[in-house]
Ligand binder design. Structure first.
Ligand code: NAI
Ligand code: HPV
Length: 606
């Protein structure tokens, strides 16, 4: 049986193979020496596999990372950061100063006032591992550049929601009652009661554009003011809206029915200038607009025209395309417009909350945890991570091993990964495993640092196509995986025995007692723990071979951790896999190669 599913953007072919869960080895596989348990790392999850996933390439063991805080951050967040890192609070850096400093920093924390463009990542020399956005909108961070440089971007998406919603409501009511204009007038000695007659909000229709966290809180509050609330959000669930008495409608329905429009969507290419001349032309004459999202979602020139023509009666703006806006900005100076200098998130409470939220995310990411608020890396739930941890190590080692078997080490274009499991296909999240196989495949042959953030990008950039296949085994699904197989097609091998019957380099492994093991090379079954380094030899199967190779290594003081022999048939060819703690010298390898029965051998670093 065979069918296809989409998994993380990679097409996977799922085949049901009716194999026993623990198939008896078809060829002889003997473990001759016990595993070198003393050398086995039993680090906690974060240190063992996942540290490698995102961070810590440049943060040496024991060395404190450096975090550059480029905009004002609440004290509680700074305290948290200082417990773990050297914290450099340098506010108001010009772009050149930021680029100069960044090469000395492992993490950078910003708010909306700092542009983190491609040049920042390029200037970091690969050291910058995490950018923390102390707030929601990440439109000031070049996410593509961050991803290409393997830099994780995290934000603080929840702590300022209420502050932004309250500011939206404050602007809406202040605008409706001309509070700012009347205040300014009175302060210059005028008493203009008839000029500042306002409009009531009760019974009016409010269209919320962007029904996410802030939008829905605004809707809730507007309902409390007696407004009729409709919303447009192509990705929001209708039942969530219905639960608070809000109807989801199309964009055109929303803007044409509204007396008030409040914007709460992120600035993206598809929301840029979403309120433009065409949209204003569809609105009711006298509509009022609130923007606490981003200046760029409104075509500001078109808004000036709509205000002047009377289509828009008033606007209240917290955000601008250019911040701070120029002194002659027509909207800022417009009589019908109420403005604030991007204060949506600026309450004492929100800033303390945001500071803690971002500090925790940045520290977590620097420790190698996958932050729940990662913006440019796939989210993998903690329980999945913990279960997959040993397989993550196995995946990287298989990738590392497979690529070293390629003659010349280059030209890898087509890689097939097979995951065999007794679990249902949907139960296995392979994104992390795929990333680690990519890391193993690419790092030994390039200077690129690969992690979960940039693995897919790096593979694509190098023209490496990784296809994934799931083999569903019968049996108990206790372990997430029985084995992982990595095959590289259309290449030659420096160890001919690593080629499968179908002409690919093939390695296969499984996890035994938490330790990754190599269980197949080409069509030979072996069983060797993937620690230290590995010598693979193909030999004519005959008595005494293990002793001969073992004694050459022993004479040179090379500690053997494992030996395993896989035969095709007795007295024919066999592949011997020897795990060694130290790399043998060239002379030692030469001596092994000179044993008459040895037909080929290869030394591989894991
Ligand atoms: N002025 C300020 O100080 C603050 C501004 N913000 C801005 O508010 C925005 C929203 O924040 P949250 O609600 O926390 O984010 P969110 O991610 O919870 O909500 C955004 C919503 O916009 C929707 N959306 C995306 N494209 C859309 C489109 N074309 N039309 C309609 N809806 C669309 C999404 O589906 C999502 O539901 C942020 O991106 C940020 O730019 C947020 C906090 C403070
Ligand atoms: O969180 C957001 O998206 C905001 O716009 C808040 O920006 P700020 O951190 O106040 O510069």
């Amino acid at each position: 049986m065979s069918h296809s599913v989409k998994n993380g953007g990679v097409r996977c072919c799922i085949q049901r193979h009716l194999l026993p869960v623990h198939p008896p080895p078809s060829s002889l596989s003997r473990r001759l020496l016990p595993p070198a348990s003393a050398t086995r790392l039993r680090l906690p999850l974060r240190r063992r596999g996942l540290l490698v996933v995102v961070a810590a390439q440049h943060v040496g063991v024991g060395a404190k990372p450096t975090v550059l805080v480029a905009e004002k951050l609440g004290e509680a967040g700074l305290e948290l950061l200082k417990e773990f890192a050297n914290v450099d609070c340098s506010y108001n850096l010009c772009p050149e100063e930021l680029c100069t400093k960044i090469s000395l920093c492992d993490a950078l924390i910003v708010r909306s006032g700092t542009k983190v463009g491609r040049e920042v990542f390029e200037s970091s020399g690969g050291r910058l591992r995490v950018v923390g956005r102390a707030g929601v909108g990440i439109d000031n961070v070049d996410l593509a550049a961050a991803t290409e440089h393997g830099c994780l971007v995290v934000n603080a998406p929840t702590a300022n929601t209420v502050a932004a919603a309250e500011h939206g409501i404050a602007l809406l009511t202040a605008m409706a009652r001309n509070i700012a204009q009347a205040d300014a007038s009175l302060k210059v000695g005028k008493w203009q009661r008839s000029k500042y007659v306002g409009v009531s909000v009760v019974g009016k229709t409010l269209a919320v554009l962007g029904f996410g966290k802030v939008g829905s809180e605004v809707a809730r509050r507007a309902k409390g003011l007696g407004m009729h609330v409709i919303a447009h959000d192509p990705y929001a669930a209708a039942d969530r809206a219905r639960a608070i008495g809000v109807e989801l409608v199309t964009f055109d329905e929303a803007i044409s029915a509204a007396d008030f429009i409040s914007l709460h969507m992120p600035l993206t290419p598809s929301t840029s200038k979403i309120l433009n001349d065409e949209a204003f032309a569809k609105m009711k004459k006298g509509v009022r607009i609130v923007n606490v999202a981003r200046g760029g979602v409104i075509d500001e020139e078109a808004l000036v025209r709509a205000l002047d023509s009377g289509i828009v009666a008033q606007a209240a703006l917290d955000v601008f395309t250019e911040e701070p806006p120029s002194a002659d900005n027509k909207l800022v100076l417009h009589e019908k417009v109420t403005v604030t200098p991007h204060l949506g998130a600026s309450t004492m409470e929100a800033q303390e909350g945001v500071a803690i939220e971002i500090a925790e995310a940045v520290v977590g990411a620097l420790k190698g945890e996958l932050a729940a608020t990662a913006v440019n890396a796939p989210m993998v739930p903690a329980e999945v991570l913990s279960e997959l941890a040993p397989f993550v190590v196995l995946a990287e080692k298989l990738g590392r091993l497979a690529v070293q078997l390629v003659a010349g080490g280059s030209g890898v274009k087509s890689v097939k990964v097979t995951y065999a499991s007794a679990r249902a296909p949907d139960d296995l999240d392979t994104r992390l495993l795929r990333a680690m196989i990519t890391k193993g495949l690419i790092e030994p042959i390039s200077s690129v640092f690969v992690n979960l953030v940039n693995a897919d990008f790096t593979a694509k950039q190098r023209g490496v196509r990784i296809t994934e296949e799931r083999v569903v085994l019968d049996g108990s699904p206790e372990s997430p995986l029985e084995f992982i197989q990595v095959q590289i097609a259309n290449v030659e091998s420096r160890f001919a025995s690593a080629m499968s019957e179908t002409g690919e380099i093939r390695v296969e492994g499984r996890v035994e007692d938490g330790i990754p093991h190599l269980t197949k090379v080409g069509s030979f079954q072996v069983d060797v723990s993937l620690e230290g380094s590995l010598i693979l030899c193909r030999q004519v199967d005959q008595p005494g071979m293990i002793g001969t190779v073992g004694s050459i290594l022993g004479e040179q003081n090379v500690n053997v951790s494992f030996m395993s022999v896989g035969r095709i048939a007795p007295r024919k060819h066999a592949v011997m896999a020897i795990g060694v703690d130290e790399g043998p010298s060239k002379e030692t390898l030469k001596k092994i190669g000179e044993i008459p029965a040895i037909e080929e051998f290869v030394f591989l670093k894991l």
